[in-house]
Design a protein around this ligand. Sequence first.
Ligand code: AGP
Length: 605
Amino acid sequence: MCGIVGYISKNKKASPILLDAIKKLEYRGYDSVGIATIDDEKIELKKDSGKINEVDKKVNLSDMRGCIGIAHVRWATHGHPNKVNSHPHTDHDNRIAIVHNGIIENHEELKKELIMEGHIFESETDSEIIAHLIEKFISKGFNFQDAMIETVKLIDGSYAIGAILVDCPNKLIAIRNESPLVVGLGNDYNFIASDIPSFLKHTKKVIFPDDNELVIVSSENVTIKDLNGNILDKKIETMAWNEEMAQKEGYDHFMLKEINEESVVVADTLSGRKEIEKIVVDLGSINKICFVACGTSYHGALTGKYLFESFLNISTDVSYSSEFKYLKDVLNENVLTIFVSQSGETADTLSAIKMAKNRSKTLAIVNVLGSSITREADHVIYTKAGPEIAVAATKTYLSQLVSIYLLAIYLSKNRNNKFYENMTSQIEKVPDYINELMLNEDKIKEIANKYKSTTLFFFLGRGFIYPTALEGALKLKEVAYIPAEGYPSGELKHGPLALIDENVAVMVLAPSENSESISTSSYKDTINNMEEVKSRGAQVIAITSYKNGENIDVNDIIQVNNQIDELLSPLVYIVPLQLLSYYISIYKGLDPDKPKNLAKCVTVK
Ligand code: AGP
């Protein structure tokens, strides 16, 4: 979605700092960009549609005067991506400028009223009304702070707003409701932003304002008030992330860098096992689990269903966050609802946790410290993936999976289940298996080059590896724009087999049946399903840990270490699938970090 930044300092020019900060948020929106500053009792405004570098080339965004400013990258919801609809938006007299992330649901009726009162609108956006409402209250005699309060009392929807006012050039004001907003604290400067990486270079000290708290920022101070004007005492947190973590560090793309970090991320997440063990103590009475998540996080959750049902005999549902509210309400105090989210800000998952809290035990598995979802949950497991910048989730998926495995392991320990003993030592080997797989990168490049023009892919998996097939297909769609479907291997013949011919590629995930904890016949059954597609002419690629793959007759094969327990295969098989999508994207001349139409953090429903 959109990204906002605000910066104020005693004597440093704001525009170069805002430009640099907004570049770190380009993963959130890239339709348009703009900056507004205040200098010499005037608002200076530069904005246009296009990627940041293109717009910067055109209008020189860093060459703006003033030590206070706001900036925006847009992911269009209301109105086309063009110059007029780009943020910041101003009032008619150019005294107020605002940036907004979210959706103002009642903008049409408010706009009608404002037009009747004489306000002239320029854009098709829902956001412009904010500037006009502030203008209206200022003209009625309210000060800046109270004009903001009156404005948010009138608007419905989700928002993170940053505003500046010419008559108040030493202050910027921000406020949020269900859209992310963080405050970065410096020495003689301060920031507000949608996300921490934007100011990580300048400060690691952050405050997380809650919904409808007014953030009043000067170069020296940050004051946070409730809507009645009472000053609130907010905790200052220090981020463990550093600036390098949010840089490409020599890689061509963030996606490739983030895939290369996966073995370390798995090891780091495993190091959090004690925190998970402590949480489990409070979960003794649960007899049902409901996972709630979107996209990649949903696939992590679905893997959890297989684990919890097989090893803990706990009935486990998995729901898309956007569908949660339509499902039969099964929540009670013995149900654990688990919300999985990289960003901790996904609007649908946030609404779902608000529905579930107080009616069930809630646990959030989230990567971003202090994010909205973590503030609603009874318990939080922080995945230790560091900042993920590429839009497509890779390393955070691995860290979610490891957290879910650890949760299953410790729940099983509490229930004296054998799964605990088997898995505790096995899971430690995963970072080595991933490192080993990374040595196959050339082979994966070769396969990517061979299949880059394929127009339809199927990803097949059975049992524990089935959610990995879904995730492999999602990655390919996202970054390589190739239609791809993930299916349970046995399901293809119930319809989709009609699509199979020599132009279709089928990726078969075939872990060998070597688990100490379960016995499945998944390998044999998967190979039979593979024969069904082969005999219809499909190009078959297999990823397998089966005895050096010698018995499989396929077009291409990626060999995985045959020691890996079948149960742990989701933690390893996803890595070549992510690399394959990355390289197909590259060979097609695309930008895998910023897939078209997508945003990293979906803060609208
Ligand atoms: C994954 O590659 C996508 N970017 C997307 O599906 C994502 O997983 C989904 O939007 C959920 O985001 P969250 O984990 O931040 O809640």
